[in-house]
Design a protein around this ligand. Structure first.
Ligand code: AP5
Ligand code: MG
Length: 219
């Protein structure tokens, strides 16, 4: 499955497991994992002009304006490491973003991880993130070996700013209003691959690799 290019986008609500499965798949496929959320959080952390502009939007769980987001992704996709493909995690999130991505060359598959709103709340309220390397944990589903310490780099685990319950509900509302319509947008173009995101991460990952191989072979 590694002898071709993969231009993939990961759709799905907050907490669907996009970041978790991206990390596993990007390593296996040898393609970059590009998360607009990670890029925005890095900009906020370093207080760049972009970071200062979007800090409040992220804190309240809204969407960053399309023009800013599209410009960031355009610049990132121009980097040479994307030549064999990429996983775009969390982009596009609106129809104008999807249209812009088509103009940038399009994709091979839009992978949608389906998870209920109840599971989203459980996963996000228990999520922990390494403040140094960004590795993703969960207090019940994927605890670190040593409490609050990253297994990978020894960094300290933190709670993401936007994982507070009231912000999670705002993010879910933005997802249902702005991003969920992309399922039919990509479905109408024959690009949608739907994966049940509810089982454990290993099972979701296996289902993703098997289904993606068949999906791409049939196109
Ligand atoms: P972003 O960082 O993309 O957040 P999100 O879409 O809300 O998704 P999350 O990162 O919260 O969840 P995930 O699906 O990656 O799940 P994870 O693998 O971590 O965006 C943040 C913000 O940036 C947005 O709100 C917006 O403001 C802005 N933004 C970003 N992109 C934008 C765009 N294109 N346009 C405009 N604004 C944009 O898993 C979650 C938890 O569950 C973890 O604890 C994990 O260990 C656990 N878990 C994962 N999978 C499983 C499993 N299968 N079984 C059990 N537990 C699991
Ligand atoms: Mg994520």
């Amino acid at each position: 499955m590694v002898d071709r290019s993969f231009r993939l986008i990961f759709l799905g609500p907050p907490g669907a497991g996009k970041g978790t499965i991206s990390a596993m798949a990007a390593e296996r496929l040898g393609i970059p994992h590009i998360s607009t959320g990670d890029m925005f959080r890095a900009a906020v952390k370093s207080s760049t002009p972009l970071g200062l502009e979007i800090k409040e939007i992220l804190a309240r769980g809204g969407l960053v304006p399309d023009a800013l987001t599209i410009a960031l992704v355009k610049e990132r996709l121009a980097q040479p490491d994307t030549v064999r493909g990429f996983i775009l995690d969390g982009f596009p999130r609106t129809v104008p973003q999807a249209e812009a991505l088509e103009e940038l060359g399009g994709i091979d598959a839009a992978v949608d991880f389906e998870v209920s709103d109840e599971l989203v709340v459980f996963r996000l309220t228990g999520r922990r993130i390494c403040g140094s390397c960004g590795a993703i944990y969960h207090v019940a589903n994927k605890p670190p070996q040593q409490e609050d310490i990253c297994d990978r780099c020894g960094g300290r685990l933190t709670i993401r700013n936007d994982d507070r319950p009231e912000t999670v509900h705002a993010r879910l509302a933005a997802y249902h209003a702005e991003t969920e319509p992309l399922k039919s947008w990509y479905g109408a173009r024959g690009l949608l691959l739907t994966i049940d995101g509810a089982p454990d991460a290993e099972t979701v990952y296996r289902s993703f690799t098997v289904r993606l191989e068949h999906f791409l072979a049939e196109r």
